[in-house]
Design a protein around this ligand. Structure first.
Ligand code: SF4
Length: 375
């Protein structure tokens, strides 16, 4: 039976998984420089199992950390500047920035002000976060962020609360004041009990009830050359530490789409990373499954590699009905249940299946997979 956990782990509050503790790292500005990358590799190999997740909030999770390894790992991460030394401040570092920011632009300046004023923010529920997406068009639409700075439809910037279609005009210099005021309002009027801004039905304060729409979003990034460097896809959002460190001496930027930007890089092939925007693995969501997750009753990622080229549209393979890897429907969804797979089309994990109780071989046969043995 799946267990729904109502909290988000951070480095000071790691979560137990089937392969050990998960230690989450939230680099400021979503950026890790070359020296930090090398240090991260060493730390993940010394204290974890060498696997690192890239999450949908553009954070990293070091996997397979032992109880004894957690404390020295935290010390190493603090020394690298990747974790705040104060657990309260670390818990507040829930910020997603548009990863295509450039030095001195609105996203970079507002995010820097936000970081400088972290101590002024209230403690918020663990899943509540901020999004600063202040480029010429929104890039983070649909991604996590309860309190958002976005470009307005008529130019300028807006503050928008998640779940509200419009926002109120702000400027680069007062955007963080507005974020602070809205965060304090959220706490003062029962937002902690609601848990997320989206679920908080209280009317916004008058000053925040703007009617400015967000500008039309642009498409998310794709693997390939980019003005900032080269964008690599990360299959299933998981990378081994040595592969990650191969990107050094380039700094990397984390994105919420299972992609990394290697600053200033050209498209050198790196085993384990995707360069082709048409790669079928970019259309796959598969949680860690067995044996990494104790809730899983099936393996997920070997099967995903085998069948991805045979599936039109999005493929979701979930180790159980919780559906951690994807909350939206997928063209083909396989959900683990009692050691077998339930198959549903245009469905979410756990949806009533069209075919139930399938084995791995049944699925290969159903999709006409003929060359699985070579994968
Ligand atoms: S969906 Fe996957 S990762 Fe999430 S609890 Fe189930 S098996 Fe574990």
């Amino acid at each position: 039976m799946s267990q729904i956990k109502g909290w988000c782990p951070d480095a000071w509050h790691p979560m137990a998984a089937g392969d050990g503790l998960l230690v989450r790292v939230r680099p400021m500005m979503g950026r890790i420089d070359g020296a930090q990358l090398a240090g991260l590799r060493d730390a993940a190999l010394a204290y974890g199992n060498g696997l690192i997740d890239l999450t949908s909030r553009a954070n990293l999770q070091i996997r397979g950390v032992s109880e004894q390894g957690w404390e020295p790992l935290i010390r190493r991460l603090i020394a690298l500047g990747l974790v705040h030394a104060d657990p309260i401040m670390e818990a507040r570092r829930a910020l997603l920035v548009a990863p295509d920011w450039e030095a001195g632009d609105d996203t970079a300046c507002i995010a820097a002000q936000w970081a400088d004023r972290l101590a002024e923010f209230p403690d918020l529920p663990a899943k509540v976060g901020f999004a600063i997406d202040a480029g010429s068009a929104p890039l983070l639409t649909g991604k996590a962020g309860d309190f958002r700075i976005e470009p307005g439809a008529q130019g300028g910037l807006i503050l928008r609360a998640a779940g509200r279609p419009t926002g109120v005009a702000v400027t680069r210099s007062d955007a963080v004041d507005a974020l602070l005021a809205l965060a304090h309002w959220f706490v003062a009027c029962g937002g902690r009990e609601a848990g997320r801004m989206m679920r908080h039905k209280a009317a916004l304060p008058d000053w925040a009830q703007g009617d400015v729409a967000t500008a039309t979003p642009i498409l998310s990034l794709r693997p390939g050359q980019h003005a900032l460097g080269f964008i690599y896809g990360v299959p299933f959002g998981q990378i081994d530490a040595a592969t990650l460190a191969e990107l050094a001496p380039h700094a990397i930027r984390l994105t919420p789409w299972r992609m990394l930007i290697a600053e200033g890089a050209e498209g050198r092939a790196i085993e384990g990373l995707l360069q082709d925007p048409a790669d079928p693995l970019l259309r796959v969501d598969a949680c860690p499954g067995q044996p990494s997750c104790p809730q899983a009753s099936v393996e997920t990622r070997v099967l995903a590699r085998q069948i991805a080229p045979y599936v039109n549209g999005r493929l979701h393979i979930s180790g159980c009905a919780k559906g951690c890897a994807r909350s939206a429907p997928a063209a083909l969804c396989l959900t683990g249940r009692e050691g077998r797979y339930d198959l549903a089309r245009h469905a979410k994990a756990g949806a009533p299946p069209q075919r139930a109780g399938l084995t791995h071989s049944d699925i290969l046969a159903h999709l006409g997979v003929t060359d699985a043995a070579c994968l």
